[in-house]
Write a protein that binds this ligand. Structure first.
Ligand SMILES: NC(=O)CC[C@H](N)C(=O)O
Length: 234
């Protein structure tokens, strides 16, 4: 059994996509939870979906981080409930302090919407255990503010603790400023908290979870979550 809840903010637009992906992959129904609610039902997994919460006013994710539901999301996350933040969800995770750093405007100042190559960096962590470190995968991005920034001390800590989950790379897996897409420090596309149970990810795994969508490289994020949940229950 996997009880997943997807938080819906005004302006979320990938909330139903992630519900469809999760239900198809896990076989269990997913609950949708409105941002104005006071609490999230008991869940094995909370998803903060992609989109344009509160119209991206102030900064992407800044207002959503202060919505009523986030008080309970933060409390549950601190008690160990796994949280996946995809794109706008990653921005909300940073804005609410569950992950370090901030997502700034892309250096190009353009909205970027295309497939990119990613290097998987870890096979540990709730959402990443089904990837092989060093593996090159493909996933779509669609964002205006994906330029991950943190001070160098924080970046070194993230690297040292194995918390960089994915980096932008080229087809061969080379990581350099040239293979970055948005100016993100050290080509970071996704990071976790210290427990590996909170993942923030700019690319959209729910958009590439089935061959009918053109690829399956996003699928293992959800398979990892299912496997981790079943292992914890065994
Ligand atoms: N796809 C998304 O979640 C987009 C996030 C945010 N609105 C941005 O443009 O950066």
């Amino acid at each position: 059994m996997l009880r997943a809840s997807v938080i819906v903010f005004p302006g979320s637009n990938c909330d139903r996509d992630v519900k469809v992906a999760l239900e198809a992959i896990t076989g269990f129904p997913v609950k949708m939870v409105w941002h104005g609610d006071a609490s999230v039902p008991a869940s094995d997994l909370i998803v903060l979906p992609g989109g344009f919460s509160y119209g991206d006013y102030l900064r992407c994710g800044a207002m959503a981080a202060h919505s009523p539901i986030m008080r309970d999301v933060v409390e549950k996350a601190k008690k160990g409930t796994p949280v996946l933040g995809i794109c706008n969800g990653f921005q909300v995770l940073c804005e609410s302090g569950l992950l370090p750093g901030v997502l700034m405007r892309n250096t190009s100042l353009h909205f970027i919407c295309r497939d990119v190559y990613l290097k998987a960096e870890t096979d540990k962590g709730f959402f990443t255990k089904c990837y092989r470190p060093g593996e090159v995968i493909r996933m779509p991005v669609a964002h205006a503010e994906g330029n991950f920034f943190a001070d160098s001390e924080t970046l070194d800590r993230l690297e040292g603790e194995g918390r960089v989950a994915f980096r932008y790379c080229d087809r061969e897996g080379n990581v350099s400023p040239e293979t970055g897409i948005n100016g993100a420090q050290r080509n970071i596309a996704g990071i976790t908290d210290e427990t590996g149970r909170i993942l923030g990810l700019m690319p959209h795994p729910e958009r590439l979870y089935d061959a009918i969508l053109g690829g399956t490289d996003g699928r293992r994020i959800f398979e990892s979550a299912l496997l981790s949940t079943l292992e914890a229950a065994a």
